[in-house]
Design a protein around this ligand. Structure first.
Ligand code: LMR
Length: 341
């Protein structure tokens, strides 16, 4: 079977399992179904926000729209879900920002630049301001409409050896998302980056296909990666967040009143996502520490500086790919000054 028909076939099969009596009740017209696929566990910032959105969408549209959430790569893995969205086999996704360059919108990789954001306040100036909007607008040409940015959090490095200084990464095979900036980041540390779908990471770490990875704590915890990683460093070296996106044709074809109600549900879900993400990650870290399976290292100031010195040159290295304008724009919004290191 060709790949496209395969994607459509799984989408139809998955849809068939769902109950189809809408909240509007028996006799009411069948609801419009939004399939919302994602790759993380339900008990994560994205998982919870997706479920919240589904509930509010049902309430605000009085059952005229039903959102079926498919978590944990149950329906599609990373790369497939992007293709499925463009084909209309699913209507909604929230991929991490690192995964949009594969559509040809390389500017999104700006969010992967190491140490770009010092705080969520700085980050939100971008995601909740004009720069964030203009990035989402670039997706329209790909048949995708961007609705919102949802936070996850800052990433920590993990492996089976302590990772205190750049030299500790030498020769390690590190799983990354499909981003050239993340590739350059790992190479700058002397590691060997390996792009891999999120759903495959636990097993790859367990069997030694890769040695380590980077994650916000909610992902590290809910995917049980900490059980197969002896060491973790609270490096906060990069951000992982999401863009919630819909198939443009589907979205534009909705009646205006439903689009408005779904827009409101999305606004509420975004507030919940961005308010709860930090606490979810803090709770996940506390559980990892309590498990005793992973030694958690907090870097000293000198260690932080050594990592920054190794990684910030990646900004320059990647400026041709991401675009000088985009990088400068984000620097202006956040006040980041590479010369101040
Ligand atoms: C990853 O692939 O590591 C993340 O993008 C997963 C996610 O959606 O948080």
């Amino acid at each position: 079977m060709k790949k496209r028909s395969f994607l459509l076939a799984i989408a139809c099969t998955a849809g068939m399992g769902a109950a189809h009596v809408g909240a509007a009740g028996v006799g009411a017209p069948a609801p419009i179904i939004i399939k919302f696929s994602h790759v993380v566990a339900t008990d994560t910032p994205k998982g919870k926000a997706a479920d919240f959105f589904a509930r509010r969408a049902g309430e605000l549209t009085r059952g005229r729209v039903r959102v079926d959430v498919y978590p944990n790569s149950r329906l599609y893995k990373d790369k497939e879900e992007m293709e499925a969205l463009q084909l209309g086999a699913v209507q909604m996704l929230a991929p991490s920002l690192s995964k949009f360059a594969q559509l040809g919108v390389r500017e999104f990789e700006v969010f992967d630049l190491p140490y770009l954001f010092d705080s969520f306040a700085e980050l939100h100036k971008v995601t909740q301001g004009a720069a964030g909007k203009s990035l989402l607008a670039k997706l329209e040409a790909k048949g995708i409409t961007g609705l919102a940015y949802w936070d996850n959090g800052l990433k920590s490095f993990s492996a089976n050896r302590p990772l205190h200084k750049p030299a500790d990464f030498k020769g390690l095979k590190m799983r990354i998302q499909s981003s050239k900036v993340l590739d350059a980041q790992m190479r700058a540390l002397g590691a060997i980056p390996q792009v891999m779908a999120f759903s495959e990471v636990y097993q790859a770490l367990q069997t030694g296909v890769v040695d380590g990875t980077e994650n916000p704590h909610s992902n590290l915890y809910t995917q049980k990666m900490y059980e197969v990683q002896k060491h973790m460093t609270l490096s906060n070296h990069g951000y992982l967040g999401y863009a919630v996106v819909v198939n443009k044709k589907f979205w534009d074809g909705l009646p205006a009143d439903l689009r408005q109600q779904l827009g409101q549900a999305m606004e509420e879900a975004t507030k919940v996502a961005n308010e709860d993400a930090k606490k979810d990650n803090d709770d996940a870290l506390a559980k990892v520490i309590a498990s005793g399976k992973t030694t958690v290292h907090t870097p000293t100031e000198a260690e932080k500086m050594a990592m920054k010195k190794a990684l910030v040159p990646v900004h320059r290295e990647m400026s041709g790919r991401i675009g000088e304008d985009t990088i400068e724009l984000i620097y202006r919004e956040t006040g980041f000054d590479p010369a101040k290191l």
